[in-house]
Design a protein around this ligand. Structure first.
Ligand code: AMP
Length: 173
């Protein structure tokens, strides 16, 4: 099995000074490594009723996972992008806040959902998405990531939701 972490590139001071950006473009740009990553992510969660993927890099992993499980792909999008009636969740960023939305009819009450994003850092983004799923009466069985930055409290913030990540890096806050 390949060492997947070798396909994650560190980009210092992007998009702002002080941020060590974890770039996934080499991983998704290497077909067998991308395919293996999706297979390994799929193996870490039971088949759900739907995949809710977070705009925008969550879509890269969420779409093939939804196809793998043959379940609906549901996009969680930034405010104002979804045309239908929506539910909203406001969440904090390092500076200021942002809003994510789901179509109000995207999930049925009682569904078990896997939430997918490329990377877990503080857990604010994924936590807001869990909130959206719960607003629709569904629940998150697993929050699934390609990369986890350990030490930023993301896993703790998402508790008691089960968190799974393929590649973990330790970071200091
Ligand atoms: P958070 O809400 O703090 O867990 O941040 C997770 C979201 O921000 C994900 O959608 C990531 O794509 C992005 N993100 C946060 N920190 C990084 C980082 N160091 N490298 C790449 N993406 C990041």
């Amino acid at each position: 099995m390949k060492n997947l972490s070798a396909y994650i590139r560190d980009v210092p001071d992007f998009p702002r000074k002080g941020i060590l950006f974890k770039d996934i473009t080499l991983l998704i740009g290497t077909p067998d490594v991308f395919a293996e990553s999706v297979r390994q992510m799929a193996a870490r969660a039971a088949k759900p009723d739907a995949v809710v993927a977070i705009e925008s890099r969550g879509f890269i992993f969420g779409a093939p996972l939804a196809q793998h499980w043959n379940v609906p792909f549901v996009p969680a999008r930034k405010f104002g992008k979804l045309p239908g009636r929506t539910v909203r969740q406001v969440y904090s960023l390092e500076y200021g806040e942002d809003t994510l939305e789901l179509h109000a009819d995207a999930l049925k009450p009682g569904w078990r959902v896997v939430v997918v994003d490329d990377l877990l850092a503080t857990g604010g983004t994924a936590g807001a998405t869990v909130g959206l799923v719960e607003q629709l009466g569904a629940r998150v069985s697993t929050a699934l990531f390609a990369v986890e930055l350990r030490g930023l409290g993301g896993r703790e913030r998402l508790a008691p939701t089960q968190v799974e990540a393929l590649i973990a890096f330790d970071v200091k806050e």
